[in-house]
Design a protein around this ligand. Structure first.
Ligand SMILES: [Zn+2]
Length: 304
């Protein structure tokens, strides 16, 4: 039987424990996390206003000094791993506009991006310019991108977010995407280009982003996670954003894409609950796609 003294002791012990946990959580937040911890915004095709390139493009209702981090063209072993580490250390979430073929080449890395809490969006299947093909072929390319990522994610769908390779879009393709419930992220007034694909240093990348933000006050920062330079620039950029009082917003979709959107010509689509062993099933495919994916990278290099 516990007396009054026992209860008092237990109350005191609980109090000490709670204060300990509180101190621990405050100190870990201060020690490791970006000060402008993000809010999450749900984005659907209806959230946008018109902008430069098309009436259907999505505009994110960012407040002053709010930014979104986005990374295109990956995943790529090395740079993507380093970027995930920096994001994790700073407790911030980003959106990765993944190329279908790259996802298929690196399925485990693609799943890690998702498991880390980031948004996986789509950036085509082969990174070809969709304006160089007819409408049905361009639609197949979009659907194949979703299909490839679904395979890499063991049956889970990518988010209803799409960014056109080279930001090359047209009214018909935008309309197609919006009819599927997909938000289109384009080259409008929201976009803050980091120029990380140009022949400039990682310090220049961070400085250019900050200069553009100073003049526009908010925006969606476009970077590339196939660039080692971007991984090196990211800690500098986050430090500069933090110092400048910016906050990072994480975008998530309002709703999923239609079940029949994703198409793929790949055999043995793993079930949604599949485990790592399923990668063995797509190992042959993955090896072939890895070769092709790296030629996508070469392709990107060639168009600089
Ligand atoms: Zn791209």
């Amino acid at each position: 039987m516990r007396g009054r003294k026992g209860n008092a002791m237990s109350f005191l012990a609980r109090g000490v424990l709670c204060i300990g946990v509180l101190v621990l959580s405050i100190s870990s937040a201060n020690a490791f996390c970006f000060k402008g911890v993000s809010r999450t915004v749900k984005i659907g095709p209806g959230s946008g206003a018109s902008n430069v390139t098309g009436e259907f493009q999505t505009a994110v209702a960012l407040r002053a000094k709010e930014v979104v981090l986005t990374f295109d063209d990956g995943p790529m072993p090395g740079p993507t791993d380093r970027i995930l580490k920096v994001l994790d250390e700073n407790c911030v979430k980003a959106t990765f506009f993944v190329v279908g073929r790259m996802a298929l080449a690196e399925p485990a890395l693609t799943r890690r991006i998702r498991a880390d809490g980031h948004t996986i969006a789509v950036h085509g299947h082969t990174h070809l310019n969709l304006l160089a093909m007819d409408h049905p072929a361009a639609v197949r390319e979009i659907r194949a991108g979703y299909g490839a990522i679904q395979v890499a994610l063991h049956g889970k769908q990518a988010a209803a977010f799409f960014r056109f390779p080279f930001l090359a879009d047209n009214h018909g393709l935008q309309r197609y995407l919006v009819n599927q419930g997909i938000s289109v992220f384009g080259g409008g007034k929201d976009l803050i280009d980091s120029d990380d694909w140009m022949d400039i240093s990682s310090q220049d990348v961070a400085q250019r982003v900050m200069a553009r933000l100073r003049s526009r006050g908010r925006g969606i920062i476009l970077m590339h996670d196939i660039q080692p330079k971007t991984a090196s620039a990211l800690p500098h950029l986050l430090a500069a954003l933090d110092k400048g009082g910016y906050k990072i917003v994480h975008m998530i979709p309002k709703a999923g894409v239609p079940d029949d959107l994703a198409i793929n010509s790949y055999p043995r689509l793993p079930a949604p609950q599949a485990d790592e062993a399923d990668d063995a099933k797509i190992a042959t495919l993955s090896a072939r796609e890895k070769e092709r994916a790296f030629s996508v990278e070469n392709f990107i290099e060639n168009v600089k």
